[in-house]
Design a protein around this ligand. Structure first.
Ligand code: ARG
Length: 466
């Protein structure tokens, strides 16, 4: 076993790790994607060491140039990764030391514990910004579809039973709100990530005279007024994985939203509903049944949401019961985070594309919305407007519905005398309630489905997404 391969911590060891242990414990295969953050962190740390006089300006320049060269090699794919060097940090440091003698000073006042915590916080800030923009792109597609179908009448459902009339525009704008909250959560997670752990060292900081604020400022860990933000407890800084969990949680909740949207689309695209046609390019056929067009993109969005929840649970279970502070278990924190990020990104793209190709069958939707029973509540409201107490009105309309059921006719086919026998509050104009257009127009308050209100919301979203 080559002892020199563990130059960073091999001093007290007589032999290097077993090959099995090397394979088992390496993380370079997955944490190499942190290289840009790791190198940014090292460059800032190095600048700080020069700033406080722990290295010379020349040493700093040499180290930074070496790091830049390594980053370009990594970017173009010529860097020689060596999994025996455990992780991204040691791969970069090893390559640097072999080229720049001063690199042996880079790890002054630093540990991989505060280094990996810093890398990940930089990663989260980027990942949240990327997800924000991908979800925004899905919202743009959604808004176009909502606007194109804003007046398509359809039933709204509770308990998956027809409840009250809405428009496709109103329904789609409900999804818009969900996605907006997902974007806000990305923003919040990014703000949580915005503290620099560097200087916490392995657990208890350093005896050397470093300037943590200087490093934080260089890495962009600053508040809105440009003041540096650094972690306030060295033990917490290397043990804390809250942001990992919050990020995975934001992704998991985004996944839950995707899954609910997908489920609506699966139901709507079934022959029984026939409300929408999904784009061919995001559906598949059956190898056996020639007539099939399956809503696979929606089903996979639903399925991916389980995976996003799994990643959150992995992280919660990983951290639970760990004694303070860093424990090697924590190396397992990265695969679920990266997976949540990668899957959330592609899910946002697939949602955008599926929504972009969605077409509504306005006739099918309208036929379902014509069911007069959807306006039973409106009939109760009619009685209320004529002075009947709501509970009494609700009861009376219930009796009207029961009567229509008994006679096997539609509510609208009952005679005025029939309904007046149930409640004298019904006037000769009682059936004017069953005008769907009117019913929708009357729901004109903020957040309601009146066409004018939906148009106002669409205009608001245009501004939000501009
Ligand atoms: N690869 C390690 C991880 O991701 C880096 C930190 C290692 N620290 C240590 N004390 N072994 O957790």
């Amino acid at each position: 076993m080559a002892k020199h391969s563990q130059a960073t911590w091999g001093g007290r060891f007589e032999a290097g790790p077993a090959a099995l242990m090397q394979r088992f414990s390496e993380s370079a295969s997955f944490d190499r994607r942190l290289a840009p953050y790791d190198i940014a962190g090292s460059k800032a740390h190095c600048a700080m060491l020069a700033h406080v006089g722990l290295i010379t300006a020349k040493e700093c320049r040499d180290i930074q140039a070496g790091l830049d060269a390594i980053l370009s090699e990594i970017t173009i794919g010529t860097f020689a990764w060596d999994e025996r060097l455990e992780d991204v940090h040691m791969n970069v440091e090893h390559a640097l030391t072999s080229r720049v003698p001063a690199a042996a000073k880079l790890h002054t006042a630093r540990s991989r514990n505060d280094q990996v915590a810093t890398d990940m916080r930089l990663f989260f800030k980027d990942a949240c910004a990327v997800l924000d923009s991908r979800i925004k792109a899905a919202q743009v597609a959604l808004l176009a579809t909502a606007s194109a179908n804003k007046d398509v009448l359809m039933p709204g459902y509770t308990h998956l039973q027809r409840a009250q009339p809405v428009s496709a525009g109103h329904h789609l704008l409900a999804w818009m709100e969900m996605l907006q909250r997902d974007r806000q959560r990305m923003d919040e997670v990014s703000a949580k990530a915005n503290e620099c752990p560097l200087g916490s060292g392995a657990i208890a900081g350093t005896t050397l005279p470093i300037d943590r604020e200087y490093t934080a400022r260089l890495l962009g860990f600053v508040d809105a007024r440009g003041r540096p933000r650094v972690t306030q407890n060295s033990m917490d800084a290397v043990a804390d994985r809250d942001v990992f969990i919050e990020f995975a949680s934001a992704c998991a909740l985004f996944g839950v939203h995707l899954s609910r949207i997908a489920e609506d689309l699966v139901i709507w695209s079934s022959a029984e509903f026939g409300f929408v046609a999904l784009p061919d390019a995001f559906c598949t056929g059956s190898s056996l049944m020639p007539q099939k067009k399956n809503p696979d993109s929606c089903e996979l969005l639903r399925g991916k949401s389980a995976r996003l929840q799994g990643n959150l649970h992995t992280l919660l279970a990983l951290v639970k019961g760990l004694p303070m502070t860093y424990n090697r278990d924590l190396q397992e924190d990265k695969p679920p985070v990266f997976d949540s990020f990668d899957q959330s990104m592609v899910c946002a793209d697939v949602l955008a594309a599926t929504l972009g190709g969605l077409t509504f069958n306005a006739e099918r939707c309208a036929a379902a919305a014509e069911d007069p029973a959807l306006l039973a509540t409106d009939l109760a409201d009619y009685l209320v407007a004529r002075g009947v107490a709501f509970r009494k009105a609700h009861h009376a309309v219930g009796a009207v519905v029961a009567l229509a059921e008994k006679r096997k006719c539609a509510l609208t086919e009952l005679a005025t005398a029939d309904v007046q026998r149930i409640d004298p509050g019904f006037g000769p104009d009682w059936s004017s309630v069953f005008d769907l257009g009117r019913a929708l127009r009357m729901r004109k308050g903020t957040g309601m489905p009146a066409p004018a209100q939906v148009s106002r919301q669409i205009a608001r979203w245009r501004k939000v997404l501009a």
